[in-house]
Design a protein around this ligand. Structure first.
Ligand code: ADP
Ligand code: MG
Ligand code: MG
Length: 514
C-alpha cells in the first residue's frame, strides 16, 4: 500500500546536517492516518521488543504481582513513535540540570530556611510535619552530611502560548522511570534505525538484540539520531557506585572490584533488622550499609505505623549516604519551589545568623547567568496568603493548579475545584491554606499520537511532559558528579489533568528533536 508516513530520506547524517524538516513534521502530524496493516505490525513488534528487553511493569490484574518478584508482568504503556520536541528547548532543559543540582545542595544546607519556609505548612500537614521533625532533630544533634548524593528529576512542560519551557516541579526522592525511560528511547531509536541489511536484522532479532521494526524505517522515514540517546539507568547506577566508593574510600581493593552488594528492604524491615553502631555505622541484618536509595518514603501511605518513621530516623542518624537526605527531600517540596521563585530568594543571603547545618552562609547561587537561567523556567507560583493571587484564581480557576505537599501524582486540584477549595478555605478562615501552593497552569501543544496500553493501541490527542534526570555527588568541598543523566518523556491524553504513568493516565515516550 501507499504509506502516508514515507518521507524518502532515510538519512544517517548527524542531526545538524539533516535538512528535511518537512518530513519530520509529516511524520508527527500524520500519525493517525497510518496504514492499519502497518500499524498492527508495528504494535506487534514493539510488544515483542518490550517483552524481550524488560520494558515491563507489575500487572495490577495479577494478584501476586508486586508480592513475588518476576510474577505477573505486563509491558509498560508506551507511545508507539516518539514525540517531536524543539532541540533548543531540549538543550535548555539539559543545561538547567547541573544548576538545579547545585541549588538543591545549597538550599539543603540552610536548615533555617527549610524550617522557616515550611513552618506554617507544618501546622496543618501531619506528614510534612513528621519529615520536619526528623530534620529538626538532625539540626539539634548537629548532624553533618559530608558526602551528599542526589538523584533528581526536574520536570517541564512547553507552554504553547508563550513558547516557554516551564518547570512543573523538581523531584528529589524516588524519581521514577530512570530504569524504563531509557528502554523506550531505545525502542524508538531502533524503529528508526537505518542502513541495516535484512540478514543482520534477522540475526539480531534471533539474538533478541534488535527488533524487526527496523524493516519499517523506510516507511516511517525518521532518523534515529534525532532521538537523544538515553542512558538514565546506567548513569544513576554509576553515580550510586561512585557514592559507595566514596564511603569506602579507605579500602581500595573493594573499589576496583565494582562488585557492590545491594539489598532491598521495606522501611518496616529496616526498623526490625537495622541498628547503628557507636561510630554511626548503619548495619542491616549484620551488613554495613554504605548508600541508602529510597524507592519509597515520599508518601504518607509509605508510613502505615511508627515502625516506618523509626526506620527513617534511624537511617538519617546513621553515617550511611542517604539518597536523599531529609534535607534534600524537604528541598523538593512544592512549598520550597514556590519560595525559591519569589524575587530575591535565589540570590539573597539565606539567613543572617548561619544555622548549624549551614556551611555556605552566603547565597544559594552566585552566578548571575545561572540565576537568570533558573528564573526563565519558573512558572507563576504563589502562596495562598497572597490575597491577590487567591482572588485571581477564584475568578479564573482554569488558569491555575492548586498543589499540596505531596508526591506521586493524583494530589493536585484543577478547574472549578480550585475555586471551590479556595472559597471554602476563605470561609473557614482556617490555616489549612498553608498546606497548598498555587501555580500557573501550563498548556502544552496537543499533538496526535498512538499510545499502547495492555496490548491495545489507541489513537489519541496528547500532551507531553519532559523530565531531565540528574545526579549530584559531593564529598565536602569536592564535587564528584554534577551531570544530566538521561530523560523521561511522558505523554498523556490531552483531556487528562494528571500525568501519572503508574496511575494509568500517561505512557512512556521519547523525544524526536526538530
Ligand atoms: P507530583 O509530585 O505528584 O508528580 P506534580 O507537580 O508533578 O506533582 O503534578 C502532577 C501532574 O500534574 C504533572 O505531571 C502534570 O501532568 C500536572 N501538572 C502539575 N502542575 C501543572 C501545571 N502548572 N500546569 C499543568 N499541569 C500541571
Ligand atoms: Mg513530584
Ligand atoms: Mg510530578
Amino acid at each position: 500500500p501507499m504509506l502516508p508516513l514515507k518521507s524518502g530520506t532515510g538519512s544517517t547524517e548527524e542531526i545538524k546536517l539533516i535538512q528535511d524538516e518537512g518530513s519530520v513534521k509529516n511524520l508527527m502530524s500524520d500519525l493517525h492516518t497510518i496504514d492499519s496493516e502497518l500499524l498492527q505490525k508495528l504494535v506487534y513488534d514493539a510488544l515483542v521488543w518490550s517483552s524481550l528487553h524488560g520494558l515491563v511493569v507489575g500487572d495490577r490484574n495479577v494478584q501476586r504481582s508486586g508480592l513475588m518478584p518476576g510474577v505477573g508482568m505486563v509491558h509498560a504503556p508506551f507511545a508507539l513513535l516518539p514525540n517531536s520536541f524543539p532541540e533548543s528547548h531540549w538543550k535548555q532543559a539539559c543545561d538547567l540540570a547541573p544548576i538545579f543540582n547545585e541549588l538543591v545542595d545549597r538550599v539543603s544546607l540552610d536548615g533555617k530556611f527549610l524550617q522557616d519556609t515550611l513552618s506554617r505548612t507544618k501546622k496543618v500537614d501531619a506528614f510534612t510535619s513528621r519529615l520536619l521533625d526528623i530534620h529538626s532533630r538532625m539540626l539539634q544533634i548537629g548532624k553533618k552530611e559530608d558526602i551528599r548524593l542526589g538523584l533528581h528529576r526536574s520536570d517541564y512542560m512547553l507552554d504553547e502560548k508563550t513558547n516557554l519551557l516551564l518547570q512543573i516541579e523538581l523531584n528529589t526522592i524516588s524519581c521514577s522511570f530512570s530504569g524504563l525511560s531509557c528502554l523506550v528511547s531505545e525502542l524508538h531509536r531502533i524503529e528508526g534505525r537505518t542502513g541495516i541489511s535484512w540478514e543482520k536484522c534477522w540475526a539480531a532479532m534471533a539474538l533478541g538484540t534488535m527488533s524487526l521494526l527496523s524493516q519499517y524505517r523506510e516507511h516511517l522515514g525518521f532518523d534515529p539520531k534525532r532521538i537523544p540517546i538515553n542512558t538514565s539507568a546506567s548513569n544513576f547506577a554509576e553515580v550510586l557506585a561512585k557514592a559507595w566508593t566514596e564511603f569506602n574510600n579507605p579500602s581500595p581493593e573493594l573499589i576496583n572490584t565494582h562488585n557492590i552488594t545491594t539489598i532491598r528492604k521495606t522501611l518496616a524491615e529496616i526498623d526490625a533488622q537495622g541498628k547503628i553502631l557507636s561510630d554511626g555505622t548503619l548495619q542491616v541484618d549484620g551488613e554495613t550499609v554504605a548508600v541508602i536509595y529510597f524507592r519509597a518514603g515520599y508518601a504518607p501511605t509509605d508510613y502505615p505505623s511508627e515502625s516506618e518513621w523509626s526506620a527513617r530516623l534511624l537511617m538519617e542518624e546513621s553515617s550511611a549516604i542517604k539518597c536523599p537526605s531529609i534535607a534534600y527531600h524537604l528541598t523538593g517540596t512544592k512549598k520550597i519551589q514556590q519560595e525559591l521563585a519569589k524575587p530575591n530568594i535565589l540570590e539573597s543571603t539565606p539567613s543572617l545568623k548561619p544555622s548549624i547545618n549551614s556551611s555556605c552562609g552566603s547565597r544559594f547561587l552566585e552566578n548571575k547567568d545561572d540565576i537568570a537561567k533558573l528564573r526563565a523556567c519558573f512558572a507563576g507560583l504563589w502562596s495562598l496568603d497572597d490575597s491577590n493571587a487567591v482572588k485571581n484564581a477564584i475568578e479564573q480557576p482554569g488558569a491555575y493548579v492548586m498543589k499540596p505537599q505531596r508526591e506521586g501524582g493524583g494530589n493536585n486540584i484543577y478547574g472549578d475545584d480550585v475555586r471551590e477549595s479556595l472559597v471554602r478555605l476563605q470561609k473557614e478562615g482556617s490555616e489549612e491554606e498553608a498546606a497548598y501552593i498555587l501555580m500557573q497552569r501550563i498548556f502544552p501543544t496537543a499533538f496526535r499520537t498512538i499510545l499502547v496500553r495492555d496490548g491495545i493501541c489507541y489513537k489519541e490527542h496528547a500532551i507531553s511532559e519532559l523530565g531531565i534526570f540528574s545526579a549530584y555527588l559531593r564529598n565536602k568541598e569536592k564535587v564528584i558528579s554534577n551531570e544530566q543523566c538521561g530523560y523521561l518523556m511522558r505523554t498523556k491524553v490531552s483531556s487528562s489533568n494528571e500525568g501519572g504513568v503508574a496511575a494509568g493516565f500517561a505512557v512512556l515516550d521519547s523525544l524526536y528533536l526538530t
